[in-house]
Design a protein. Structure first.
Lengths: 328, 334
């Protein structure tokens, strides 16, 4: 399998799906000449023409809303918002419109659309350009929220999202675009709503998603050198949420630590912890712990920003504390 | 208080046959009676939620929607009963929706503000002010891309022209040259706030002109004027000319919703507008020109009364949605 970057994998997914289905089209902020704020759509307008890849003004409400309308009209739009932070300007379209069409009108019509946006911090972009807002959107029934961590999942999930008949918010992570990984060529689909065990282990389950999956894997490698074998579950989709894969892992390891970049309160970790204790309380040997982004607006200064985002050291420390509590 | 707007010439010069003209009157009467009955049933507790009645604005829906082809689309705001009836949605299923019954047009999921019938190109019933304008742009994009030759009639109120969506949508509609006819029903109030308190520009159509979208003001109490203007707008959009903007000057005779005590406008203003009741005006014109006989009118009154009575009976007798329906229709691919 070729080693390619996350950016290239996403690009391949778009290219393959546009080739496969003429109803797929791309519009959004800077997708043509600029090639997308992070370069994912580079070259697509040239190859598919500007009737299928075209720019929209910086007006997130009409970008998201036009995607809803286009989907109702029979297209399969992939709309690009520069970052998830700007999705707040489109939140009414995403939550009050896209997520409601199917239900509010009695199941007469669904809206097959994908909204791509970049999330996460770590690039010193300060508080309005560094947020992890996926829990807000994952809260909403009617939406699907996907957060790939690896190039292979990026490709496979984006292809599945485009083929899905429901509205999908597809959140890429700003620091992952240059990460390389093995990606199958051609038809490679990863189902929405299925978590993946990215590393097997017997001592503790680390539940993560998006870039924190890589942080968890890094921590697991370091812990392994100290004789601790952590299992890493990558949620991949936040809604639908694959509880079964998490539970199966916890039933094996009897301990769980969640790792998320988003804020802790009302977060994904809280949801996972709750589901584990509801379904697998008797399997637990220790309380579930959470590692989350520090609950502050992300600062610009490098040292402050780094202190706010979870890293492998924090994960390792929490794992050791959990294990010390009960012994391995 | 006449706010101007283009009126139509004589009925005889409309080029419409008697059947079509009488059908306009029939539809307007049906809307009026449907609304009066809905208001009555709301007061009796048979209908819940919000109920925004269309009384007084019938000529806008009937005239404008008559200009569409069957494959065209209508997308509208929450005061949607009149538009749905004018588009030919079944009054029985509309009333059942108001009753929250399984036989409603949205299976009882949507209620008054969310009428929808995909088979008739009636794409809602949307209740976030201005929120459906971007959808109209997307529908127009789909029409162009898939070569459907479809025109999208997008209806909203004057209150919907002060929100960002309005400007974003008009800008992109023009940029992308989509076949959307934007129809503003200017009834002079956004809920209880008068137009002049909410909009720096009182002639709403001028807001479209800045995007180089052809725009005009029409007498919304004149069904033939509404038709004439919309025929022209639709032809422009279908011919590849891009979006068109109409401002229909109209007035709602009842409150914003059934909860409205109407403290914000003078009774004299309401009475003045009622002198221009679109149904009475049109009846008079049809009679004067010999198109409508007293017998025609009597028959039409009877037919529309029966349609409304049948709708209520159907709604009353229909079952509630089963509880199992609570978890249905959230996802197409669960």
């Amino acid at each position: 399998m070729p080693m390619i970057t996350y950016r290239e994998a996403l690009h391949h997914a778009l290219r393959e799906e546009m080739t496969r289905d003429e109803r797929v089209l791309i519009f959004g902020e800077d997708v043509v000449a600029y090639g997308g704020a992070y370069g994912v759509t580079s070259g697509l307008a040239k190859d598919f023409g500007e009737k299928r890849v075209f720019d929209a003004p910086i007006a997130e409400g009409v970008i998201a809303g036009a995607a809803v309308g286009a989907a109702m009209g029979g297209l399969r739009p992939v709309a690009e918002l520069m970052t998830i932070n700007f999705a707040l300007l489109a939140a009414d379209q995403i939550i009050n419109h896209a997520a409601k069409v199917m239900h509010m009108f009695g199941g007469q019509m669904s809206v097959p659309l994908v909204i791509r946006a970049v999330g996460g911090g770590g690039a010193q972009l300060a508080s309005t350009h560094s947020q992890s807002l996926e829990p807000m959107f994952a809260h909403v029934p009617g939406l699907k929220v996907v957060t790939p961590a690896t190039p292979a999942d990026g490709k496979g999930l984006l292809k599945s999202a485009i083929r899905d008949d429901d509205p999908v918010l597809f959140i890429e992570h700003a620091l992952l675009y240059r990460v390389r990984g093995e990606v199958p060529e051609g038809e490679h689909l990863v189902p929405l709503g299925k978590a993946a065990v990215k590393r097997e282990g017997k001592d503790i389950t680390l539940v993560a998603y998006s870039r924190m999956t890589l942080v968890a894997l890094q921590a697991a490698d370091l812990l392994s050198q100290e004789g601790i074998e952590a299992e890493v579950v990558d949620l991949r989709s936040l809604r639908p949420l694959d509880t079964e894969t998490v539970l199966a892992s916890v039933r094996k390891t009897h301990r769980a630590l969640t790792v998320e970049e988003a804020w802790r309160t009302y977060g994904i970790g809280a949801e996972i912890a709750s589901r584990i204790q509801e379904e697998a309380f008797d399997d637990l040997d220790a309380p579930i712990r959470r590692i989350s982004g520090v609950e502050v607006p992300l600062p610009y200064a490098k040292n402050l920003e780094q202190a706010a985002i979870p890293d492998a050291q924090r994960v390792m420390k929490a794992v050791k504390e959990l294990l010390a509590r009960t012994g391995v | 208080m006449r706010m101007g707007g283009k009126t139509a010439a004589k009925v005889g010069q409309s080029g419409l046959d008697k059947k079509t003209l009488l059908n306009f009157l029939h539809q307007m009467l049906l809307i009026r009676k449907f609304e009066d009955k809905a208001g009555e049933l709301y007061a009796r507790g048979k209908i819940a939620g919000f109920l925004h009645l269309y009384n007084g604005e019938e000529a806008v829906a009937v005239g404008a929607i008559s200009a569409l082809e069957p494959h065209d689309l209508v997308i509208t705001h929450y005061r949607d009963h009149g538009h749905a009836i004018a588009r030919g949605l079944d009054a029985k299923r509309l009333m059942a929706e108001l009753f929250g019954k399984a036989t409603g047009v949205a299976k009882g999921h949507g209620g008054s503000m969310h009428f929808f019938d995909a088979s008739l190109g009636f794409y809602g019933g949307w209740a976030i002010v201005g929120g459906h304008l971007p959808l109209a742009v997307g529908l127009g994009l789909a029409s162009n891309t898939l070569r459907k030759n479809q025109v999208i009639l997008c209806i909203f109120g004057d209150g919907g022209t002060n929100i960002g969506y309005f400007y974003e949508s008009l800008n992109v509609a023009k940029l992308w040259n989509v076949p959307v006819v934007f129809l503003c029903e200017n009834n002079l109030y956004g809920m209880g706030t008068a137009l002049h308190r909410a909009s720096a520009i009182r002639e709403v159509y001028r807001k479209a002109a800045v995007f180089d979208i052809p725009a005009e003001r029409v007498d919304g109490m004149d069904v033939l004027a509404m038709r004439e203007a919309t025929v022209k707008a639709v032809a422009h959009a279908r011919g590849g000319g891009g979006p068109y903007f109409l401002e229909a000057m109209t007035y709602r005779f009842r409150g914003h919703s059934m909860a409205d005590p109407i403290l914000y406008r003078d009774k004299s203003e309401v009475e003045e507008w009622k002198q221009r009741d679109p149904i009475i005006l049109f009846q008079q014109r049809l009679r004067e020109e010999g198109v409508l006989t007293p017998q025609d009118l009597e028959q039409m009154e009877r037919e529309t009364d029966e349609l409304v009575a049948d709708a209520v009976k159907f709604a009353e007798e229909s079952p509630e949605p089963p509880l199992s329906d609570l978890h249905e229709d959230i996802y197409a691919n669960p």
